[in-house]
Design a protein around this ligand. Structure first.
Ligand SMILES: [Fe+2]
Ligand SMILES: [Fe+2]
Length: 311
């Protein structure tokens, strides 16, 4: 099925899911969550130091990547609008989605500026670099696009929520949790659209799922030093292979979409499904192995720091 036919056939579902989204999304205000009374002016030329807000480096990495990802969403809008079109429920959804995402960068940036958790100069320079390079994943078909955003919104939800848990501040937790719950609604919109697409055009969807799982990258590619930050985020268990496997690939791809039980696939889709199931299994094994190694390394580091017993 070609792209235009799929988009037009899915339009009533997009409309129904948009109505569900609007009914479930409660209005909220970034300014009510940010502790402005903690804020102080920044003199020009002021030099930030990490002592201002003691936080583990990996937590700072995660806050940095999560905020820059939100900042870069105008480019996601470009891709989404080009893929789904600007008319009907599709257009209404992509504009509404963009407005909600804007709220996320507002609340996270205001929180980080007031609490001085990140160097504001480095952050602003990184934002300029990130947005100026305009790098985003650009799926080639709407099938791929639906699968990618389904996985990406859930990944973002998990990353925000897990960051909130390690930020060691109830206010910070609340900020990240609020953002994460929006991401969850975005995920559900796309997940259920993809489910409908699987019924309409199962073979092309399975091929797209295999490709997107194989090529998946966390939103944030293009951020300065992204690899280093991604490693730190994985090390902290905020987002790693194990999380990706257990909280995204298994519940969404295997359970919700039930790819192993789909029938009537063409030969290409059958081959894609086999490769997909094998890959998911491999990612799970790699995730468990890496988590085990990390735990062992931490144990050894902890043992090294222990005060020796008196002889
Ligand atoms: Fe967001
Ligand atoms: Fe989102």
């Amino acid at each position: 099925m070609d792209s235009a036919a799929l988009i037009s056939e899915l339009e009533p579902t997009a409309g129904r899911l948009l109505d569900r989204h609007l009914a479930q999304a409660k209005e909220w205000f970034p300014h009510e969550l940010v502790p402005y009374s903690k804020g102080r002016d920044f003199e020009p030329g002021y030099e930030w130091s990490p002592d201002e807000a003691p936080l583990a480096d990996e937590v700072r990495s995660s806050l940095f990547v999560n905020l820059l990802t939100e900042d870069n969403l105008p480019y996601y809008f470009r891709t989404i609008e080009a893929m789904f079109g600007r008319d009907s429920a599709w257009g209404e959804w992509s504009r509404r989605w963009t407005a909600e995402e804007g709220r996320h960068s507002i609340v996270i940036r205001d929180y980080l500026t007031v609490t001085r958790a990140l160097d504001p100069v480095a952050l602003e320079r990184a934002r300029m670099a990130q947005v100026a390079c305009g790098q985003v994943p650009e799926p080639t078909t709407p099938h791929d696009g639906l699968v990618y955003v389904t996985l990406q919104e859930l990944a973002t939800r998990i990353a925000h929520h897990n960051t909130g848990k390690v930020v060691d501040d109830p206010v910070g937790y609340e900020v990240m949790k609020r953002v994460a719950s929006d991401e969850n609604r975005h995920h559900l919109f796309y997940r259920d659209l993809s489910t409908a697409a699987l019924e309409i055009d199962p073979s092309s969807m399975v091929v797209a799922i295999e490709r997107q799982v194989r090529e998946f990258e966390m939103p944030g590619t293009g951020i300065i030093d992204f690899e280093t930050h991604a490693r730190a985020i994985a090390k902290a268990g905020i987002y790693d292979f194990q999380v990706h496997h257990a909280q995204i690939l298994v519940p969404v791809v295997l359970r919700h979409w039930g790819v192993e039980d789909l029938t009537g696939l063409d030969d290409e889709a059958e081959r894609a499904r086999d490769a997909l199931v094998t890959r998911i299994d491999r990612i799970g094994k790699a995730g468990r192995r890496l988590a085990r190694r990390r735990a062992e390394a931490e144990e050894q580091a902890g043992a090294g720091e222990r005060v020796p017993e008196p002889v």
